[in-house]
Design a protein. Structure first.
Lengths: 83, 83
DNA sequence: TCGGTCATTCGTAATTCGACGAATAAAGAA
DNA sequence: TTCTTTATTCGTCGAATTACGAATGACCGA
């Protein structure tokens, strides 16, 4: 629970998750348009979300496609709702 | 949203909120029994939860009585559920 | 083959976090 | 008054976070 919240403890990561939740999937390149941050920084945030299990990345030849891990997100929702 | 999650981004603070949610209210001294941390450290965590608005503290003469801020907690639940 | 794009990793600097002990303030008991 | 209890604040330290640019590797097009 603390680990999941920690993954959402930064505005940039909340925006990323929100965007993915709204648009389903997208490539990394699109994410760099969403946030006013350097690509390397965004990659770091994406890694945090990935490590928390909240998003999934599939290597589509040279690009990387990201999407929300719905099951994991449900897990978080249940944990918070049970508070 | 990120601010609220940040407040819950540490196991000690999750435990504190859980305890208060279960037991309604309690004094600071009781909280020091719940966690294996120095009182000063616990006070820091309590301050973080208080600053986030998740708990409320009322000064009962020499002791301090803490309880969950239900409205704020509901706010968090709605934000997470809306993801 | 030579560039160009895409995404990540590495190295680094500044800031924040998390923990502790010591000092403090305020109220009550001896 | 003096001592004890209670809760907080302060100072400090190491660890973690956040940001960037530079370097890297993999793939495609010219």
């Amino acid at each position: 629970m603390a680990a999941l919240c920690k993954a959402l403890a930064h505005p940039a990561r909340v925006k990323l998750l929100n965007y993915l939740a709204d648009y389903g999937t997208c490539y990394f390149g699109k994410l760099t348009d969403i946030l006013p941050l350097a690509p390397s920084t965004i990659s770091q945030h994406v890694t945090v979300l990935k490590d928390a299990g909240l998003i999934l990345g599939s290597d589509d030849n040279t690009r990387t496609c990201y999407c929300v891990n719905v099951e994991r997100l449900e897990e978080l929702k249940e944990l918070i709702a049970a508070l």
